[in-house]
Ligand binder design. Structure first.
Ligand SMILES: CC(C)(COP(=O)(O)OP(=O)(O)OC[C@H]1O[C@@H](n2cnc3c(N)ncnc32)[C@H](O)[C@@H]1OP(=O)(O)O)[C@@H](O)C(=O)NCCC(=O)NCCS
Length: 161
């Protein structure tokens, strides 16, 4: 049985993080982003975060990273300082094996440790795996923005949890 470890992401994880994010972009199930990211762009993304807005990775015993998750600014107004937006991506070949749940559980604890009282997220209405994962750890559906974004020329409905 392989043991997986969740830890804070470092700059040396950027090649893994970029590859995994680009798989999510290519698969057209997780994000309205359509242009693949470069490692330079993802390094800037990692460096530009506040200390509270952490990025975690999940790795195996050989230190191969199979997924990442992040705490993102929900709204910069100080009245929203207790609310945080989240993202989570597992590499294509490792999805459906329980890694997302391990990683999200750690992200929720990290958010609590950083003093956030509410986690929010946006997901494609059609992202069944994502919604099942979120619901299994206590998220609930708030509602759906219909025809909220455009991807490849088609309207996408976005569910808020
Ligand atoms: C969504 C995602 C993070 C889930 O992580 P994962 O490691 O694949 O999921 P897990 O194996 O931990 O499973 C978590 C739950 O989702 C369910 N699930 C996983 N894949 C599923 C699928 N393809 N269809 C339906 N349910 C699925 C599991 O049964 C499990 O539910 P349970 O705890 O009630 O048994 C991962 O599939 C992924 O990275 N997808 C592409 C990017 C993405 O969609 N990110 C989220 C954007 S909102």
């Amino acid at each position: 049985m392989v043991n997986y470890n969740v830890r804070i992401a470092h700059q040396h994880d950027i090649p893994f993080i970029t590859k995994i994010y680009n798989e999510g972009i290519e698969d057209r199930i997780a994000t309205l982003e359509s242009k693949l990211k470069t490692e330079e762009e993802m390094l800037d993304w990692l460096k530009d975060r506040s200390g509270r807005h952490k990025v975690l990775v999940i790795e195996d015993e050989k230190n191969t990273v199979h997924g990442w998750a992040s705490l993102n600014v929900f709204n910069s107004r100080c009245c929203y300082s207790g609310v945080v937006d989240i993202s989570i991506y597992i590499s294509r070949k490792m999805r459906g094996k329980g890694l997302g749940k391990l990683l999200l559980r750690s992200l929720i604890q990290t958010a609590k440790d950083e003093g956030f009282h509410k986690l929010v997220l946006s997901t494609f209405k059609t992202n069944e795996a994502g919604q099942k994962l979120y619901k299994s750890l206590g998220f609930r559906e708030v509602g759906t923005y219909e025809k909220h974004g455009i991807l490849d020329g088609k309207w996408i409905d976005i569910t808020i949890m």
